[in-house]
Design a protein around this ligand. Structure first.
Ligand SMILES: [Zn+2]
Ligand SMILES: [Zn+2]
Length: 157
Protein backbone atom coordinates (compact mmCIF):
# COMPACT_ATOMS: atom_id res chain seq x y z
CA UNK A 1 0.00 0.00 0.00
CA UNK A 2 1.30 3.45 -0.86
CA UNK A 3 2.22 5.33 2.34
CA UNK A 4 0.96 8.83 3.07
CA UNK A 5 3.57 11.59 3.29
CA UNK A 6 3.50 11.40 7.09
CA UNK A 7 3.91 7.63 7.05
CA UNK A 8 6.71 7.95 4.52
CA UNK A 9 8.72 10.40 6.60
CA UNK A 10 8.07 8.44 9.80
CA UNK A 11 9.37 5.34 8.08
CA UNK A 12 12.48 7.27 7.04
CA UNK A 13 12.93 8.26 10.70
CA UNK A 14 12.61 4.58 11.65
CA UNK A 15 15.23 3.71 9.04
CA UNK A 16 17.59 6.41 10.39
CA UNK A 17 17.15 4.94 13.88
CA UNK A 18 18.71 1.68 12.67
CA UNK A 19 22.05 3.54 12.71
CA UNK A 20 21.73 4.41 16.43
CA UNK A 21 24.63 3.33 18.64
CA UNK A 22 23.17 3.47 22.19
CA UNK A 23 21.44 0.28 23.34
CA UNK A 24 19.23 2.22 25.77
CA UNK A 25 17.35 3.93 22.94
CA UNK A 26 17.15 3.86 19.18
CA UNK A 27 15.74 7.10 17.86
CA UNK A 28 15.58 8.64 14.39
CA UNK A 29 14.67 12.12 13.17
CA UNK A 30 13.96 13.53 9.73
CA UNK A 31 13.61 17.27 9.16
CA UNK A 32 11.29 18.12 6.29
CA UNK A 33 9.97 21.20 4.57
CA UNK A 34 7.62 21.34 1.58
CA UNK A 35 7.80 17.52 1.43
CA UNK A 36 11.58 17.61 0.99
CA UNK A 37 14.00 15.89 3.36
CA UNK A 38 16.45 18.51 4.62
CA UNK A 39 18.38 16.55 7.23
CA UNK A 40 18.35 13.25 9.10
CA UNK A 41 19.76 12.09 12.42
CA UNK A 42 19.92 9.26 14.91
CA UNK A 43 21.26 9.07 18.42
CA UNK A 44 24.97 8.46 18.23
CA UNK A 45 28.35 9.55 19.52
CA UNK A 46 30.24 12.58 18.28
CA UNK A 47 32.17 11.90 15.06
CA UNK A 48 35.30 9.89 15.80
CA UNK A 49 34.41 9.16 19.42
CA UNK A 50 33.60 5.66 20.73
CA UNK A 51 30.09 4.21 20.59
CA UNK A 52 28.01 2.98 23.53
CA UNK A 53 27.67 -0.31 21.66
CA UNK A 54 31.48 -0.71 21.83
CA UNK A 55 32.52 0.81 25.18
CA UNK A 56 29.27 0.95 27.16
CA UNK A 57 27.01 3.85 28.02
CA UNK A 58 28.17 6.89 29.97
CA UNK A 59 25.46 7.28 32.60
CA UNK A 60 24.90 10.53 34.48
CA UNK A 61 21.69 10.99 36.50
CA UNK A 62 20.19 7.89 34.91
CA UNK A 63 20.71 9.22 31.37
CA UNK A 64 23.31 8.14 28.85
CA UNK A 65 25.22 11.27 27.89
CA UNK A 66 27.62 9.69 25.40
CA UNK A 67 25.36 10.28 22.42
CA UNK A 68 23.79 13.29 20.84
CA UNK A 69 20.10 12.71 20.33
CA UNK A 70 18.63 12.13 16.88
CA UNK A 71 17.00 15.59 16.74
CA UNK A 72 20.27 17.29 17.71
CA UNK A 73 22.21 15.34 15.10
CA UNK A 74 19.66 16.29 12.44
CA UNK A 75 19.84 19.95 13.48
CA UNK A 76 23.64 19.83 13.43
CA UNK A 77 23.63 18.23 9.99
CA UNK A 78 21.47 21.10 8.75
CA UNK A 79 23.77 23.63 10.42
CA UNK A 80 26.90 22.07 8.95
CA UNK A 81 25.40 22.17 5.47
CA UNK A 82 23.91 25.64 5.81
CA UNK A 83 20.34 24.40 5.35
CA UNK A 84 17.51 26.44 6.85
CA UNK A 85 14.82 24.34 8.45
CA UNK A 86 12.76 27.36 9.48
CA UNK A 87 9.06 26.56 9.23
CA UNK A 88 9.71 22.86 8.75
CA UNK A 89 8.41 19.65 10.30
CA UNK A 90 10.36 17.20 12.47
CA UNK A 91 9.43 13.53 12.16
CA UNK A 92 10.76 11.68 15.17
CA UNK A 93 10.36 8.08 16.27
CA UNK A 94 9.84 9.22 19.86
CA UNK A 95 8.60 12.29 21.67
CA UNK A 96 11.63 14.60 21.97
CA UNK A 97 13.29 15.16 25.33
CA UNK A 98 12.99 18.63 26.82
CA UNK A 99 16.34 19.81 25.48
CA UNK A 100 15.72 18.58 21.93
CA UNK A 101 12.21 20.06 21.97
CA UNK A 102 13.64 23.47 22.85
CA UNK A 103 16.31 23.15 20.14
CA UNK A 104 13.72 22.23 17.48
CA UNK A 105 11.54 25.18 18.50
CA UNK A 106 14.53 27.52 18.46
CA UNK A 107 15.49 26.36 14.97
CA UNK A 108 12.04 27.27 13.66
CA UNK A 109 10.33 23.87 13.48
CA UNK A 110 6.56 24.41 13.39
CA UNK A 111 5.23 20.85 13.49
CA UNK A 112 6.44 17.68 15.19
CA UNK A 113 5.15 14.18 14.32
CA UNK A 114 5.87 11.20 16.59
CA UNK A 115 4.58 7.66 17.06
CA UNK A 116 5.69 7.01 20.62
CA UNK A 117 6.18 8.85 23.88
CA UNK A 118 9.26 9.34 26.01
CA UNK A 119 9.39 8.56 29.70
CA UNK A 120 10.36 11.97 30.97
CA UNK A 121 9.96 15.18 28.99
CA UNK A 122 8.40 18.63 29.06
CA UNK A 123 8.32 18.73 25.26
CA UNK A 124 4.55 18.87 24.97
CA UNK A 125 4.25 21.91 27.22
CA UNK A 126 7.00 23.76 25.34
CA UNK A 127 5.47 22.93 21.96
CA UNK A 128 2.10 24.19 23.15
CA UNK A 129 3.52 27.45 24.48
CA UNK A 130 5.53 27.99 21.28
CA UNK A 131 2.60 27.21 18.95
CA UNK A 132 4.31 24.15 17.51
CA UNK A 133 1.76 21.60 16.33
CA UNK A 134 2.30 18.16 17.82
CA UNK A 135 0.82 15.14 16.04
CA UNK A 136 0.85 11.69 17.63
CA UNK A 137 0.34 9.12 14.91
CA UNK A 138 0.10 5.36 14.72
CA UNK A 139 3.41 3.61 14.21
CA UNK A 140 3.61 2.97 10.45
CA UNK A 141 4.17 -0.43 8.89
CA UNK A 142 7.67 -1.33 10.09
CA UNK A 143 8.47 -3.28 6.94
CA UNK A 144 10.01 -1.80 3.82
CA UNK A 145 7.86 -3.23 1.07
CA UNK A 146 10.30 -3.80 -1.70
CA UNK A 147 10.54 -7.13 -3.41
CA UNK A 148 12.29 -7.46 -6.75
CA UNK A 149 9.99 -10.32 -7.61
CA UNK A 150 7.00 -7.96 -7.49
CA UNK A 151 8.29 -5.94 -10.44
CA UNK A 152 8.25 -7.39 -13.90
CA UNK A 153 10.92 -4.96 -15.15
CA UNK A 154 13.41 -5.84 -12.42
CA UNK A 155 16.16 -8.34 -13.01
CA UNK A 156 18.08 -10.07 -10.24
CA UNK A 157 21.89 -10.09 -10.33
ZN1 LIG B 1 24.42 4.97 25.62
ZN1 LIG C 1 16.66 14.65 23.02
Amino acid sequence: MRPTWDQYFLKLAMLASERATCPRMHCGCVLVRHKHVLATGYNGSLPGLPHCDDVGCLIVDDHCIRTNHAEMNALMQAAKNGVSINGGTAYVTNMPCTTCAKALIGAGIKRVVVFSDYHSTHAEAFFKDADVRLDRQEIPDNIINYDLDDFSSAKRF
